[in-house]
Write a protein that binds this ligand. Structure first.
Ligand code: ATP
Length: 451
């Protein structure tokens, strides 16, 4: 277990207090394990997704983007195997009337006090396990009985396979190449929980990389190491990240290898992302069910084959939670406790806060001028209300890496102090140099001070 000061309760409370994430529908008493992202949460998760896009699209030239529909033809799920096999084993307790995932009883809490794991006391009366399909079903068309049954997608990946043919035609790509997508997925989880770690509605970041069959093993290794390093480049401490190759009996029937990227959450090591070698299972299954040819034909040699697929599948919400947990810290300034999110500057919701020392003597006017200039370049925030120490505390709690303070000297010589969230160093700097300095710092390599 982590020696950190961080706990899940502290993260949940900070997220609510500072407007990152709220329990959904709270005025109606809440809806279990459903959350709304507030202002800073939206900014943080957008930055996580932007960094993912950046690593997939901007920094490479062999991946293209897609945004496919959430509701797809129902035969999609027949072909993919989800209709028949996307199930979790479920048990009910006849005593406490709660429902649990049969394969995760050790993670679950029984409904009675003192709380135990289901099945641990002599009063527990668990039913036999039965399979429960996790897909949400709905009806297309105005009249329920006459409409067609469709499903909310439980993963974004299938939308990629459905569009494979379009990409061969328009994208001028040939294997090895990938199609990347970020979007909402839905799973009727039996036991959601641990804040945004497991919810019924969540965002996935998935990429399907199509390769010549003989190169699949090599590309699998490439993507495993690429995805591990994405997290560490964004500040996740290396000793809180590990790779867990699946055992033979854990592998999906179509996968020859899968490795989970795991993070040491306060609830123990848990999956952040899965990287799988899916072989040619998906393209073959959709070709069979649709009657379409889903293969690559090399126009020069005439060779044709069904590409194999390497899939890194990550969760945007789960990654956001990992970044929050990894960043959470407490320290003391001048004998006073401080909570601080030591987020990678690229992920921080706000990059710079502009704070006039006092709300008079021309300071707010100059500060506003600086703010207008900085917000052209980065997400900035202006705050003139309350004691300066309290304003800094607030910015520290939302993870703002830099603070600019405007004081009486600023009006005389057009310099300000630039404060660093982590080192607390304060440097005097010319206002004219500020935008470039902030951008320089934003681009610099960064390492967590907690590491
Ligand atoms: P788990 O074993 O935790 O249920 P999984 O192996 O079923 O996850 P995948 O189908 O591989 O997950 O999905 C890829 C990623 O999507 C996961 O690594 C996770 O980050 C995210 N994810 C999956 N289910 C959920 C969920 N219910 N809530 C939040 N994120 C999820």
């Amino acid at each position: 277990m982590s020696q950190d000061v961080v706990t899940m309760d502290k993260i949940v409370s900070l997220c609510k207090r500072r407007g990152f994430i709220f329990p959904s529908s709270e005025i109606y008493g809440g809806l279990g394990s459903s959350y709304d992202y507030g202002h800073y949460g939206v900014l943080l998760k957008s930055n996580v997704k932007a960094q993912w896009w950046r690593s997939m699209l901007q920094e490479r030239d062999d991946i293209v983007a897609l945004d496919s529909a959430i509701i797809q033809h129902p035969r999609t799920w027949e072909a993919s195997g989800h209709l028949a096999g996307f199930t979790d084993p479920m048990v009910d307790c006849r005593t406490c009337k709660l429902r649990f995932r049969a394969d995760r009883l050790v993670d679950a809490q029984c409904g009675r006090k003192p709380s135990k794991h289901p099945g641990e006391t002599s009063d527990c009366d668990l039913t036999e396990a039965r399979d429960f399909n996790l897909m949400f079903e709905t009806t297309v068309g105005p009249i329920k009985d006459e409409g067609a049954t469709v499903y909310l997608r439980p993963e974004t990946a299938q939308g990629i396979f459905l569009n494979f043919k379009h990409y061969l035609q328009f994208s001028r790509k040939k294997p090895p190449f990938g199609i990347a997508q970020i979007g909402k997925s839905f799973r009727n989880e039996i036991t959601p929980g641990n804040f945004i770690f497991r919810t019924r509605e969540f965002e996935q970041m998935e990429m399907e990389f199509f390769v010549p069959p003989e190169d699949a093993d090599r590309w699998f290794e490439h993507w495993v190491s690429e995805r591990m390093s994405w997290y560490t480049r964004l500040g996740i401490r290396a000793d809180h990240l590990r790779l867990r190759p699946h055992e033979q009996d854990e592998l999906s029937h179509y996968s020859s290898a899968t490795s989970d990227v795991e993070y040491l959450f306060p609830i123990d090591w848990q999956e952040l992302e899965g990287v799988a070698n899916r072989g040619d299972f998906d393209l073959r299954a959709h070709a069979e069910h649709s009657g379409q040819k889903l293969e690559y034909v090399d126009t020069a040699s005439g060779a044709r084959y069904v590409p194999h697929v390497i899939e890194p599948a990550a969760g945007a919400d789960r990654a956001t939670l990992a970044f929050l947990v990894d960043a959470y810290d407490e320290d003391e300034i001048g004998g006073e406790g401080r909570t601080v999110l030591r987020l990678h500057p690229q992920l921080a919701p706000v990059k710079v806060a502009i704070l006039p020392l006092v709300k008079k003597d021309g300071q707010p006017e100059l500060a506003t001028e600086i703010y207008r200039d900085l917000r052209e370049r980065v997400q900035a925030e202006y705050d003139e209300g309350g004691a300066i120490g309290r304003r800094y505390r607030r910015q520290d709690e939302i993870g703002t890496p830099w603070g600019v303070t405007i004081d009486h000297q600023s009006l005389e010589d057009r310099t300000v102090t630039l404060r660093d969230r982590d080192s607390l160093a304060q440097e005097r700097i010319a206002i004219a140099e500020l935008p470039n300095e902030i951008e320089r710092r934003l681009r610099a390599p960064w390492k967590s001070p907690k590491a």
